[in-house]
Every structure is written in structure tokens, then in C-alpha cells.
Design a binder for this molecule. Structure first.
Ligand code: SF4
Length: 289
């Protein structure tokens, strides 16, 4: 059975007394025609790749356009002064989201989750928590299954690409996936996982895709920060027992409808929103694009 509905997934998990992450691992093994052990090994490699990618950030690099690259280092230097508004943990989340967004723009190896443009959201939330709060390795790998399962439901019912549904489908989806994943790490069950994702997605509904000069740099790098911080606040709300009144499947369906109604100028064509500002038009001209 493909993973197309949170409601159905919840029913199956309850009937078979299985955690959501276990159900996703089983679906993955069936889909790939491999054992659950081999599926786990693949997911471990994915987790290791996320850690490696974040640690490979180089503050001296800039993207080919020269527009981004140093932001991760700037935030790191600022947080080390110990006087941020957001506090130590959240400031590290911000720095890590920026580092990963810059890594992608600088053509370094990243884990698309779900896309390259939104690759900073999951590591900013999960790697920061892992390194700052000391969660077990296996729990982190399990959380990637949670994220993958949520991503699959979003992809099945709506989209996972800015060109199809706007940035709500990239940063929005990544934020929902990260919210659910960190809920699992914090001991939340399937109901908290569902609510965290629904709350996160709702907060970013309608977000347009408007990359300057068509490059996945501005506003993409900094939007990873918003996705990560939204994921954490949504997860905390869900863990506090706050529910999304609209069920997750229906939130995703609304996201699809919003994406369908979105003007094509706002779907990765680089011709609307921020991409159409005079500054962005000048940048595009200067880059001879
Ligand atoms: S603005 Fe577009 S290209 Fe950039 S992260 Fe969002 S969806 Fe991806």
C-alpha cells in the first residue's frame, strides 16, 4: 500500500501496534525490494551524509554568482559572542540552516530533503538537536524515516517542488517533515507527529517560489532558517498538546489547491515576487543571464 494518507497510516500503525517510523521502514523495504535491515543501513548513510555535509561548510566559499556563501560563518561568529536574541540553541539552528543553504549554493554535497533548495531545514533541526542535546544515533535515524514518510504523503497528495507548487512545497514541506521528525525524537507519538506537520505546513501555506536570477540562493538560503524555526515551534506546540484543527491530509490537500491556483510567475520561473524586483532584475543583467 503506498503512503498516501496520514489517516490511513495512523489506522495501520494502530492496528498493527507499530510506530510510524517502523511502518515507513517497512514500506521502503517493500518498495525497494530489500530487507528492513538494508533499508536501515541506507538511512544510516543518509544521516551520516547530513552530518558530514554540515561539518564540511567553509565560510570562505561563495557561490558562483557571489551572492551567498558567507552567511553561515557570519551567524556562527555572531552567536559565539553569546548575546543573540534567540538564545544559544535557536541561534545554532539558524547558523546550521544557513550553512547548509550555502553548501548547496556552493555546489557542495548535500542531502536533498526534500529538495536541494530546502536541504538546510532537516539538518538545522535534527543535527543541532543531536549535537547539542545528545539524542541517541538510532533515534535520529528513526526520525529520518518519520521525515521520509511525511514527505512521501505530501508528495503523493500535493507536491515537493517549487516549480509545481511554489516554495510551500519545498521549504513548507521540509518544515513539516522536520517538525514531525523532531517530535519523534522528543518522544511524541503519531498524533503529535501529525499535528506538528499540519501546524508547520499551515504556517507556510502560499509561500511563493521566486528565486533571484533563477538561482537557488536568494531567498532560498535564508528561507531554510524560517523552515527550521517554524518546525521547532510547531513541534513544541504539538508536544504541548496543541492540535491542528484541520487534519494533516486536508492541510496537504489545501496546499495542493493553493499551488494549483498560484500564478506561474511565482513557481520557480524567476519572473515574479522577489525575482521581479528592480534589484533582482539588475543582478540578473549583471550576471549576463
Ligand atoms: S524559493 Fe523556490 S528555489 Fe528557492 S527554496 Fe523556495 S522553492 Fe526552492
Amino acid at each position: 500500500m503506498p503512503l498516501i494518507s496520514m489517516e490511513k497510516a495512523e489506522r495501520k500503525c494502530k492496528a498493527e501496534e507499530m510506530d510510524f517510523w517502523e511502518a515507513v521502514r517497512l514500506w521502503d523495504a517493500i518498495e525497494q525490494d530489500i530487507t528492513t535491515e538494508d533499508s536501515w543501513k541506507e538511512m544510516e548513510k543518509m544521516w551520516q551524509a547530513m552530518l558530514d555535509s554540515l561539518h564540511s561548510y567553509d565560510p570562505n566559499l561563495t557561490s558562483g554568482s557571489g551572492l551567498v556563501g558567507k552567511e553561515g560563518g557570519q551567524m556562527q561568529a555572531y552567536l559565539e559572542k553569546g548575546d543573540t536574541l534567540c538564545g544559544d540553541f535557536m541561534s545554532k539552528v539558524i547558523a546550521n540552516a544557513l550553512k547548509m543553504g550555502c553548501n548547496n549554493a556552493c555546489m557542495k554535497r548535500i542531502v536533498a530533503a526534500p529538495t536541494a533548495g530546502s536541504c538546510g531545514v532537516l539538518p538545522a533541526v535534527l543535527v543541532t538537536y543531536y549535537e547539542e542535546c545528545g539524542a541517541p544515533w538510532d533515534t535520529m535515524v528513526q526520525s529520518l524515516y518519520v521525515a521520509a514518510g511525511i514527505g512521501q504523503i505530501i508528495g503523493s497528495r500535493a507536491y515537493l517542488a517549487g516549480a509545481s507548487g511554489g516554495c510551500q512545497a519545498e521549504i513548507g514541506a521540509a518544515s513539516g517533515m522536520a517538525a514531525s521528525a523532531i517530535c519523534h525524537v522528543k518522544g511524541g507519538g503519531i498524533s503529535e507527529i501529525e499535528n506538528a506537520c499540519a501546524l508547520a505546513l499551515k504556517n507556510l501555506l502560499g509561500l511563493v517560489c521566486d528565486p533571484v536570477a533563477g538561482l537557488v540562493e536568494i531567498p532560498c538560503v535564508k528561507r531554510n532558517v524560517v523552515g527550521a524555526m517554524n518546525a521547532l515551534s510547531s513541534a513544541d506546540m504539538a508536544l504541548a498538546g496543541i492540535e491542528s484543527k484541520v487534519p494533516l491530509d486536508q492541510v496537504i490537500d489545501a496546499m495542493k489547491e493553493v499551488g494549483d491556483d498560484m500564478n506561474p510567475n511565482l513557481k520557480e520561473t524567476g519572473s515574479g515576487g522577489l525575482a521581479a524586483t528592480p534589484w533582482a532584475v539588475q543582478v540578473k543583467e549583471d550576471l549576463h543571464m
